[in-house]
Design a protein around this ligand. Structure first.
Ligand code: SAM
Length: 238
């Protein structure tokens, strides 16, 4: 995959507001990686390496329930789910992603035996039902608002009555303050149709999907955990 090509298209992205990736590689990003096994392998390996230093820190930054099921939606090879299950021995997990991403998952550990399953699928259609916590880490930022709402709606439909959806992304503040998420925002703009979103932008998406933000938790990484619940549930807002 010629990754340098995408940033060379930044000027075009700035002119058109469209990602440069399809013009350079002939297809939208996820279509491209799913067509080419080598590109898929490279992307999943790169994504897992990018996430690995953050996974344990994020797993430790959220008060997961003691029991129940965590569904990692678009969870890649499962590095975050692995850490959540290692931190919480009575939780079960579902790793949900496109089939090719699941092939080299990292959940095969004796300590986790019998506590997880993988589920291939398309999050624009549905996600596995009945989970207590749905995690979307570095997923919403890949997509424009309409697609992001469809993913949230799938989670909302699948959510247990008192369940929670966790959006784990950089949540940069508006204005010109420095934040690592702003560099990621430029990358998202050129590669995919997504963006990094602040709290108000996420609230708009949550409202469209029948969700309500309950709190934002910082983590020791550049990402924050934005928690939401069904807007008709008895969730308390903290
Ligand atoms: C940027 S990666 C994030 C992976 C992982 N959550 C992490 O933080 O390392 C986005 C993930 O979304 C998955 N994805 C993209 N389109 C999908 C779809 N339609 N249904 C399910 N998963 C999808 C990709 O396969 C990829 O693993």
């Amino acid at each position: 995959m010629r990754t340098a090509g995408t940033s060379s298209g930044l000027d075009e992205t700035l002119r058109t507001g469209e990602p440069a990736f399809p013009g350079i590689f002939g297809a939208p990003f996820f279509t491209y990686v799913n067509r080419d096994a080598g590109a898929r392998e490279l992307f999943d390996t790169g994504m897992a390496a990018f996430s690995e230093p953050m996974d344990a820190l994020i797993a430790g930054a959220y008060p997961f329930p003691r029991t129940g099921t965590v569904v990692d939606v678009g969870g890649g090879r499962g590095g975050l789910l692995r850490q959540v299950l290692l931190h919480h021995p009575d939780l079960s997990g579902v790793l949900f992603d496109q089939q090719p991403a699941l092939r080299e998952h990292v959940l095969l550990e004796p300590e986790l035996a019998g506590r997880w399953r993988t589920a291939p699928g398309d999050f624009f259609t549905s996600v596995p039902a009945g989970g207590d916590v749905y995690v979307l880490k570095h997923v919403l930022h890949d997509w424009d608002d309409d697609h992001a709402v469809r993913i949230l709606l799938s989670c909302r439909r699948a959510l247990a009555p008192d369940g929670r959806v966790l959006v784990v992304d950089s949540v940069p503040s508006p204005g010109n303050e420095t934040h690592p998420g702003k560099a990621l925002d430029v990358a998202m703009m050129t590669i995919v149709t997504g963006r990094e979103r602040g709290p108000a932008e996420l609230d708009t998406l949550f409202a469209r999907a029948g969700l309500l933000r309950t709190r934002i938790l910082p983590t020791p990484t550049f990402a924050s955990i934005v928690e939401a619940a069904g807007s008709s549930s008895k969730a308390s807002i903290r």
